[in-house]
Design a protein around this ligand. Structure first.
Ligand code: NAD
Ligand code: ZN
Length: 349
């Protein structure tokens, strides 16, 4: 697998931890910090420590989306101040999407920006969150509402980290891989459909990163083609936020996006002619992989109001990225409240 080149930064796939150690050495950083959560501190840090020795200071936060807040950022900024981090420091974000998003945000704002690299340890972070330069945190349960577009200096993919991931976390990242096939590559979708996806192979992860990178590289600030990646995310984000606010055992990002993709495939069929057979295929593949989640009919209005708050919308209209075919997307399809609620009914049926 060749190194993938993104917007001025490399994404390494081979001997990545050695590559990380070389990067740190060659960077001549004044100080090096590693940000982990309690799980990546246990499962992933030892492998990194073998290569880096004790050349870094560790900052650890609690695991989970609940940590992705400004309060936690303040805690991390204060630790950087206590450790006397200066402009010449490096932050290594070793974790899932919570750590890569929050660590990227902390680094992009500390002293107006210090270098950071991403070492994604979940499937979701590898195929999605660590590539593309979006950083951010949640406020009052509203996802990623505060953040920046800042590119990391490099990304290091380590396939071994996926071995300790719980099955639900694999499913979460898988939703984005399936999305990559649905929007850009029908052959890749077919391959995923027929593969054993218990732990996706490095080759499948590589193809997903290639697709995500091809989309973001020309549109780093999400003005045009990058909207392709929003398929499943208009409905999915609302379902995810609602679940975060209301369910004790809330949906993961990917589980919510899987629901969003079924709803938005239905909208694609009703509005822009996604063939019936392709809608049926998408619904069946996703329903077989993801357990059914109960969405009560009386929460549709609340879900719609969450969709209206989505930062992707402009001028109060709800814009969806839909599919004309498996492997072909279409951006900026305005959907009405009735259509969106009907798509949720299709999922619930
Ligand atoms: P996460 O970081 O919370 O990780 C999920 C869980 O897995 C956590 O409990 C974590 O401690 C644990 N974990 C991580 N690596 C592990 C390993 N190797 N072995 C065992 N356990 C491990 O969440 P996530 O699902 O990786 O990411 C979700 C976040 O990513 C959301 O906040 C979402 O908004 C964000 N995201 C960002 C982008 C982007 O473009 N920036 C894209 C997609 C998602
Ligand atoms: Zn996503």
């Amino acid at each position: 697998m060749d190194t993938i080149q993104s917007n001025n930064y490399p994404i390494y796939f081979n001997d990545s931890i050695t590559q990380l150690a070389n990067f740190v050495k060659q960077g001549n950083y004044t100080k090096v910090f590693i940000l982990t959560d309690e799980n990546t501190g246990e499962h992933c840090l030892p492998l990194v420590q073998e290569q880096l020795g004790d050349t870094f200071d560790l900052i650890e936060v609690n695991a989970g989306e609940e940590s992705k807040t400004i309060d936690f950022c303040i805690g991390i900024w204060k630790m950087l101040i206590d450790f006397e981090a200066d402009r010449g420091s490096l932050l290594i974000n070793l974790g899932g999407g919570v750590i890569t998003d929050m660590g990227g945000f902390v680094a992009s704002t500390y002293k107006r920006g210090i270098d950071f690299v991403q070492v994604p340890t979940t499937l979701l972070a590898q195929v999605d969150a660590s590539v593309g330069g979006k950083t951010g945190v949640d406020v009052d349960g509203i996802k990623n509402i505060i953040g920046t577009f800042t590119q990391p200096k490099a990304v290091f993919m380590v396939a071994d980290f996926l071995q300790t991931l719980p099955a639900r976390q694999i499913l979460s990242g898988l939703a984005e891989m399936l999305k990559h096939g649905l929007i850009c590559d029908a052959a890749y979708w077919d391959e995923l459909k027929t593969s054993d996806l218990t732990v996706p192979t490095a080759a499948l992860v590589y193809r997903s990163v290639q697709i995500k990178n091809e989309v973001v590289i020309d549109d780093p600030h999400e003005k045009g083609i990058r909207k392709a990646l929003n398929f499943g995310h208009t409905v999915g984000h609302a379902v995810e936020t609602y679940s975060l606010l209301n369910d004790e055992d809330h949906l993961s990002h990917g589980e919510a996006i899987a629901i969003g993709m079924i709803c938005e495939a239905w909208l694609s069929n009703k509005k822009i002619g996604l063939p019936d057979a392709e809608l049926a295929e998408i619904t069946s593949v996703l329903s077989n992989l993801y357990p059914k989640h109960h969405i009560a009919a009386d929460c549709h209005t609340e879900l719609y109001s969450l969709m209206q708050k989505d930062k992707k919308n402009q001028g109060g209209k709800i814009n969806c990225t839909l599919l004309t075919h498996i492997g072909q997307y279409s951006v900026d399809n305005i959907c009405t409240e009735d259509e969106l609620c009907d798509s949720l009914k299709y999922y619930a049926a």
